[in-house]
Design a protein around this ligand. Structure first.
Ligand code: MRU
Length: 361
């Protein structure tokens, strides 16, 4: 094993979200502080959890789901009633509140719905019994995510060759998940196995997840990473430096249309033009069969300050200039070469191939 293989394994196992040992709070790596500071944050109240999700201290669809699962468990422990009906009512109120933090990544409501199902199934249990089941459920959500990311990375790696140039957008690595990641998972796994890639990381305006997080994680793992501005993707493709694009996802509609960080669909259009395969990687929990197509996906709009002021020493744009700041866009399924899940690789037509994943279950 060379030293980078060990480094890659360590980088792939970073714990971005966990339950505290007294089970009263959720401990997260504050991703807004990276790469400058590795700062942990302890979230114990509903407001702290909501703020951490809204402000992207914890971010990336799977990590948000894990945080929400642990978070609602901690809040449920604080409800302080033995009355089952009252407990259920307060649980649902807290669940709706956390769910309102961000709309696009389906993993938030998916994890909260999963926890709520535990509370709502079978009346006649005592509150301590329900809490015991909730504890199991949030731990399962986390454990399953580790397994899913590992499998997605294995499948994704079969699509790459040693020495490939890979372009990625936003951050879908270990920080955004639990292990390896999704969109960037194959890169960490491949590195652990001694493979080399040349990665181009889009900086990902306006919140710079690519520059701050992806470049940091890949560099830490000893993976050859080159940071580019979002508008340089076409140039590196034209130069022949990219053999595959790999990205994560926040919500995949039943027909394969995929919401991911704003800018993803432009990368997919460019990839199509330059005949480069464009792969979306994500767990089946990110597939929302209630959304028929991308038109049903709610896109989060964020504050103009993120464009006008953030990450500049001085605000860069005219004060009060009108801004449009969608956090995600939808990549049309016709631009996607394959969708890689923990259950296998799906190819078009996605309405059929994605539905088959659920039939198997
Ligand atoms: O706004 P963010 O940083 O939470 O957006 C994250 C993404 O778009 C990721 O690509 C996606 O959640 C997949 S993370 C494995």
């Amino acid at each position: 094993m060379n030293c980078f293989e060990g480094q890659a394994a360590d980088a792939a196992r970073v714990e971005s979200v966990r339950l505290s040992s007294d089970e009263k709070s959720v401990v997260i790596i504050d991703q807004t502080q990276l790469p400058g500071k590795m700062e942990y944050r302890i979230l114990s109240t509903a407001e702290e959890l909501w703020e951490a999700i809204y402000k992207l201290r914890v971010r990336g669809a799977p990590a948000i789901g894990i945080c929400a699962g642990y978070g609602i468990y901690c809040l449920a422990r604080q409800i302080g009633t033995e009355d089952e009906q009252q407990f259920r009512k307060e649980f649902s109120r807290l669940k709706d509140y956390l769910d309102s933090a961000r709309p696009t990544a389906v993993n938030l409501s998916w994890a909260l719905d999963r926890m709520e199902r535990v509370v709502l199934s079978d009346s006649g249990r005592t509150v301590p019994e329900i809490l015991g089941l909730l504890r199991e459920e949030c731990r399962s959500i986390h454990r399953e995510d580790i397994e899913m990311c590992t499998k997605i990375s294995e499948y994704g790696l079969t699509l790459l060759k040693d020495g490939d140039g890979v372009l990625t957008h936003c951050n879908a690595g270990p920080l955004a998940t639990s292990r390896y990641g999704t969109g960037q998972g194959p890169l960490f796994l491949g590195k652990e196995r001694g493979m080399e890639f040349k990665v181009f990381a889009d900086e990902t305006r306006p919140l710079l997840q690519g520059a701050r997080l992806t470049a940091y994680e890949l560099q830490k793992a000893g993976i050859d990473v080159t940071l580019i501005c979002d508008n340089m993707a076409g140039m590196v493709m034209k130069n022949g430096w990219v053999q595959a694009c790999m990205v994560g996802c926040d919500r995949v509609a039943a027909n394969g249309d995929t919401a991911n960080k704003i800018g993803t669909s432009s990368v997919a259009v460019l990839a199509k033009y330059y005949h480069i395969p464009f792969y979306v990687l994500g767990p089946t929990s990110t597939i929302d069969r209630n959304c028929k197509s991308g038109e049903d996906i709610c896109i989060e709009l964020r504050k103009p300050e993120e464009i006008r002021e953030m990450f500049y020493r001085e605000p860069a744009a005219p004060k009060d200039v009108k801004c449009y700041n969608p956090s995600f866009d939808v990549t049309d399924s016709s631009l996607i070469t394959a969708i890689v899940t923990e259950k296998g690789i799906c190819y078009p037509p996605y309405t059929e191939s994605l539905a088959r994943l659920f039939e198997q279950a």
